[in-house]
Design a protein around this ligand. Structure first.
Ligand SMILES: [Zn+2]
Length: 408
C-alpha cells in the first residue's frame, strides 16, 4: 500500500472547475493547494515555501473527481448479465469488481455508488478498496437490490415477497453495513419476465422500505422506468429516483404533470447516460434513444434536480469509465453547456446522494480527489477524454506523463 503524501503540493493550471462553475480567466492561472489528502486553498498563484511542490500544468483544467451515482462494479459489461452471474463464483465477481474499480478511477471517477451486486460482495469490495486510494474510487455500496420474487435482478439475491420481507431485508442490509438501500420500483430490460414500464412494488411497499431505511439513517435509491413506478417512488419519499425514463410498452410516455411534480419536489433524479456509440446497448433502450434523450433534456430544462449516472457494467457500451464520455455527450447529444454538464457529474450527484461534505467540489476542506485534463474544458468538453493526472485522497493514481513539469 502506498504511503500517503503528507506534504503540501500545488496544482497550477489555466482553468479550474470547482464543481459548480469555471474559475480563472484566460492568461491567469489558478492554484489548487493540497495538504496531504485535503484541499486547503483555491485561488490566484502565490509564492510558496521552498519545500512545497508546485506542478505547473499549463493549459489544463483541474476538476473535482467525477461522482458516478449508479454503477455495477461486479458486473462484466457483457450482453448477458444473467449468464455472467450464473457462470461465475463470488471470487470471480470480486476480481471483476477490482478491475472495474481501477478502470473507473484511472479515468477520474473518484467516487462510485454501486447499486446492485450479488449478496454482499460490493460491501466487501468497498471495505477492501478503502485501504488503498490507488485501488479504486471511494465506494458506497447497496449490496443486492431489493426486488419482487423473480423480479428485476432477482439473481443478486434481494427477492422480497411482501412488505414484511422488505423491512427484514432492510434490517439485514443495515446490519451488514450497506451505505444505501436500492429497491426496484419497476421492472427492467435485463431480466426475462420483467418489463421496465410495469411497476413491481406499490407505494405501500416502497414506503416500508423508506421508513425502515431512514430509521437506520440510510437513503433509498429507487429504480423506476415507467411513469407509475416513478410517481409511486416520488410519493413514497425515496432519496433518489434512478433512470426516471418514463418508458411505456412502446416508447417514452411523456407526462408533463409528472415532470412538474418531480421538479417541484426537488427529489434528486439520477438520469442514466454515457455509452460508447456503436456498441450494443439493451434493445429496449436502443429503439427509444432519440425520445429518451429528448425526455431527459425536458427534465433538466424543467428545473428538476438532475444528475448524471451511468449504470456502468450492464452492457458492452457501458464500461466503468464511461462517465467521462457521458459528460461529453451531455454537451454533444443533449445540448447542455459545459458547466452544466460538469456540474451534473460532480456537485449535483454529491448533493443528491447526501455526500456533499466528501465529494463533488473543489474547495478548502474537501478531500483531494481531483481530475486534471488537457485543454480548457469550458471550450471543449472532450477535454474530459484527455486525463493528465488523477489524484485520490491526495495520492497520484495516474499520470499521463505527457505534462509533468515538476519544479520546486
Ligand atoms: Zn442499474
Amino acid at each position: 500500500m502506498p504511503v500517503r503524501e503528507r506534504e503540501m503540493q500545488v496544482l497550477r493550471a489555466g482553468q479550474v472547475f470547482d464543481g459548480e462553475r469555471f474559475v480563472g480567466s484566460r492568461g491567469s492561472a489558478v492554484d489548487v493547494v493540497l495538504d496531504g489528502d485535503t484541499v486547503v486553498r483555491l485561488g490566484p498563484p502565490q509564492d510558496y515555501a521552498s519545500e512545497v511542490t508546485v506542478r505547473d500544468l499549463g493549459d489544463a483544467t483541474v476538476l473535482p473527481g467525477l461522482v458516478d451515482g449508479h454503477q455495477h462494479l461486479t458486473w462484466d459489461c457483457s450482453p448477458d448479465p444473467l449468464a455472467w452471474h450464473a457462470d461465475h463464483d463470488d471470487e470471480e465477481l470480486l476480481q471483476q469488481g477490482r478491475d472495474n474499480a481501477r478502470r473507473a478511477l484511472a479515468a477520474g471517477v473518484t467516487t462510485v455508488r454501486d447499486l446492485g451486486g450479488r449478496h454482499l460482495l460490493t460491501v466487501q469490495l468497498r471495505d477492501e478498496l478503502a485501504g488503498d486510494p490507488t485501488a479504486g474510487p471511494t465506494l458506497l455500496a447497496a449490496g443486492p437490490a431489493l426486488t419482487t420474487s423473480g423480479g428485476h435482478c432477482w439473481f443478486l439475491g434481494g427477492e422480497c415477497a411482501d412488505e414484511d420481507a422488505l423491512r427484514a431485508a432492510v434490517s439485514r442490509l443495515v446490519a451488514a453495513g450497506a451505505d444505501v438501500v436500492k429497491v426496484m420500483a419497476t421492472g427492467g430490460q435485463l431480466t426475462p419476465g420483467s418489463a421496465p414500464h410495469e411497476s413491481q412494488f406499490g407505494v405501500t411497499e416502497l414506503r416500508a422500505v423508506v421508513e425502515s431505511a431512514h430509521a437506520a439513517g440510510l437513503p433509498v435509491a429507487a429504480h423506476a422506468h415507467g411513469t407509475g413506478g416513478v410517481a409511486d417512488a416520488l410519493t413514497a419519499g425515496v432519496d433518489t429516483i434512478e433512470h426516471c425514463s418514463f418508458m411505456s410498452a412502446e416508447g417514452i410516455a411523456e407526462d408533463t404533470a409528472l415532470v412538474d411534480r418531480l421538479a417541484a419536489s426537488g427529489t434528486p433524479l439520477s438520469l442514466t447516460g454515457g455509452y460508447i456509440t456503436g456498441l450494443p446497448v439493451p434493445p429496449a433502450i436502443a429503439i427509444r434513444m432519440p425520445a429518451l434523450l429528448a425526455h431527459l433534456r425536458r427534465l433538466v430544462e424543467a428545473g428538476a434536480n438532475c444528475f448524471l449516472s451511468t449504470d456502468a457494467g450492464i452492457s458492452p457500451a457501458k464500461p466503468h469509465d464511461v462517465m467521462v464520455l457521458g459528460a461529453t455527450q451531455l454537451v454533444s447529444m443533449m445540448g447542455l453547456t459545459a458547466d452544466t454538464a460538469l456540474r451534473l457529474c460532480t456537485s449535483a450527484p454529491a448533493d443528491g446522494m447526501g455526500i456533499a461534505d466528501r465529494a463533488g467540489r473543489l474547495r478548502a476542506g474537501m478531500p483531494a480527489d481531483l481530475l486534471v485534463v488537457a485543454g480548457r474544458a469550458d471550450d471543449d468538453a472532450e477535454a474530459l477524454l484527455r486525463p493528465v493526472l488523477v489524484l485520490h485522497g491526495g495520492v497520484i493514481v495516474t499520470s499521463s506523463g505527457a505534462s509533468d513539469p515538476l519544479r520546486h
